[in-house]
Design a protein around this ligand. Structure first.
Ligand code: VNL
Length: 390
């Protein structure tokens, strides 16, 4: 009799334990954050992780009664690794959302997994136009290269720049930057005598810059991914290209706020087009920058950080709206059409394309309070991705 009761109690406890665990599972909302935390793109991972953690520190980790759990994985920016990690996160961890993705090949590698498992995939960094078309579950909070490149192709010819050599990193975003800059610039009457491409892995800019020096265009238009700008700037200066009268222009990736302040005087006067500057003069941005720096030993947030921060907002808002019910499809639907004020300015997640619509700013590197900054001097409002085919 006594024995039976004990057994029963044990069984009841085991049952309770199991259901308690299931309940705990149900009350957790998991975000699988895949980023390059080591290797060539590590600065992008560091910026986005810091921004995601800042968002959670500011907004709490309980949303719609659920405990939000961030599961960070380092893909070293190798697409096969990204794919394996995403698979594990979906199958074993049963994450509700996949997020991050430092480079285009990583985002593209995971798109089929998002489609198959109906898991929203929030792209916080990668910026090739076509990524949103790789899966109906992709939502992007970073930017697209065509958005930025077209703005520069309109600005340059109105400012005495008629002859431009392009230099881009030879993969998705670079090819987008080259194509959209060149076709718009030529449409505006400009000439592009050479389009140079450097490899993504361990690029050596020296031979390319030597070639540019010999060609002597009015300007060199550059796209390199975040983290590579300082090397370009250094070599540009060492070859005396600025002294030879060749201007440097590009998308804002080259004057990345993560590195800009250490680039030295050669960066002064460089004009770029982009969606975010840490020097953006709004109350929302001043608060963002101050709190980001406070939480990260003074590190200045760059455009990657803002992509991560806004991505977290989009996820939080979707979770609030759905109460976590209805799975990936409901969550995705609640991400579409969101409008909010980002540190970059107004942002809209286009419900049709699931891509980000935002302002593109023209900025010039200037010294402000002893620090180098991208100082905005013009704006093109509410820019949709010109790269979309539909
Ligand atoms: C990409 C685009 C990566 C722009 C970047 O930095 C960037 C990409 C890592 O799509 O791979 O600045």
């Amino acid at each position: 009799m006594h024995k039976r009761t004990l057994l029963q109690t044990a069984a009841a406890l085991a049952l309770l334990g199991a259901s308690g665990l299931a309940m705990a599972q149900d009350n957790v909302f998991k975000i699988g954050l895949i980023l390059p935390m080591t290797g060539q793109q590590a600065t992008t991972g560091r910026q986005i992780e810091a921004a995601a953690r800042l968002w959670m520190a500011q907004n709490g980790d309980t949303v719609a009664g659920k405990k939000v759990q961030l599961i960070l994985k380092d893909d070293t920016s190798v697409p096969d690794v990204t794919r394996r990690l995403a698979q594990e996160l979906v199958v074993n961890e049963k994450v509700n959302v996949l997020a991050g993705f430092g480079i285009t090949p990583s985002a593209l590698a995971v798109a089929p997994i998002a489609t198959q498992s109906k898991t929203p995939l929030v792209v916080m960094a990668a910026a090739t136009s076509s990524i949103t078309e790789a899966s109906p579950y992709v939502v992007r909070t970073s930017f697209t290269l065509p958005q930025a490149a077209v703005a520069m192709a309109d600005w340059a010819p109105r400012n005495g720049i008629k002859n431009v050599v392009t230099l881009v990193t030879d993969y998705g975003p670079g090819l987008d930057a080259e194509r959209f800059f060149k076709s718009r610039f030529e449409f505006n009457g400009g000439k592009v005598p050479e389009a140079l491409r450097v490899p993504l892995r361990n690029p050596d800019f020296a031979p390319f810059l030597q070639k540019v020096r010999d060609l002597k265009p009015d300007a060199l238009f550059v796209f390199v991914p975040s983290g590579a700008g300082a090397a370009v700037m250094k070599q540009f200066g060492e070859r005396g290209m600025d002294k030879a009268g060749i201007r440097l222009i590009g998308t804002g990736d080259v004057t990345d706020d993560d590195q800009l302040n250490d680039m030295g005087d050669v960066a002064l006067g460089v004009v770029t087009s982009h969606h975010y500057s840490a020097y953006h003069q709004s109350a929302a941005n001043k608060k963002f920058v101050a709190e980001f720096q406070k939480a990260n030993k003074g590190m200045r947030p760059n455009f990657m950080a803002v992509g991560g921060y806004d991505g977290m907002r989009v996820i939080y808002e979707a979770l609030k709206k759905t109460g976590g019910k209805g799975g990936g499809d409901a969550l995705l639907a609640a991400m579409k059409g969101q409008i909010f004020e980002s540190p970059r300015g107004p942002v809209f997640i286009d419900a049709q394309t699931r891509d980000v619509v935002h302002n593109i700013y023209l900025r010039k590197v200037e010294k402000k309070d002893g620090q180098l900054h991208n100082v905005e001097f013009d704006v093109i409002k509410d820019v949709k991705d010109p790269g979309k085919t539909k």
